[in-house]
Write a new protein. Structure first.
Length: 164
């Protein structure tokens, strides 16, 4: 079947099998490998993307169900070469270790900050509670989101300035 959706601001149309999951569509059909695929059970949250601005576990949604909707992946967070404040916050506050959960955490944080630009720590923890980080203990992730909330229009670091 043919599916058309907007991904990171660009309308895309592809022929897909009706049973293909959104995570596989993004990774395999569109080459957007920032969306990670972790547990196969929707428990880990590494596959979170935004669909119409809301966090969705892309391993539980068919690509066909997303037809006509707006999808944002971690690749679409930056504004050109300027990082989103959430991405910058993760860099400033060391919000990642292995990085596997990071794209889903950042997108969930972006959705939270879009709804509530000044969340309390417990609100941040609740927002990310559907995602598992096996490395950080969440403290640095929470600080990263707090940094982004405090710097909503931060002079972002350009992607070329990010340390490798």
């Amino acid at each position: 079947m043919q599916v058309t959706m907007t991904v990171n601001g660009t309308e895309v149309t592809r022929d897909v099998e009706p049973r293909i999951l959104l995570v596989h569509y993004l990774r395999e059909s569109l080459g957007l490998t920032g969306t990670h695929w972790g547990c196969d059970t929707s428990n880990c949250g590494t596959c979170v993307v935004l669909v119409d601005g809301e966090p969705v576990k892309s391993c539980t949604q068919l690509a066909a169900m997303t037809a006509g909707h707006e999808v944002t992946t971690v690749e679409g967070m930056a504004d050109g070469a300027t990082l989103d404040p959430v991405q910058q916050g993760f860099m400033e506050e060391h919000g990642l270790q292995c990085g596997f959960c990071t794209p889903g955490m950042m997108l969930t944080a972006r959705a939270l900050l879009d709804r509530n630009p000044d969340p309390a720590e417990d609100e941040i923890r609740e927002a990310i509670s559907g995602q598992i980080c096996r490395c950080t203990g969440y403290a640095t992730i929470v600080r990263s989101v707090q940094w982004a909330a405090a710097h909503p229009a931060a002079e972002g670091t350009t992607a070329s300035e990010v340390p490798a």
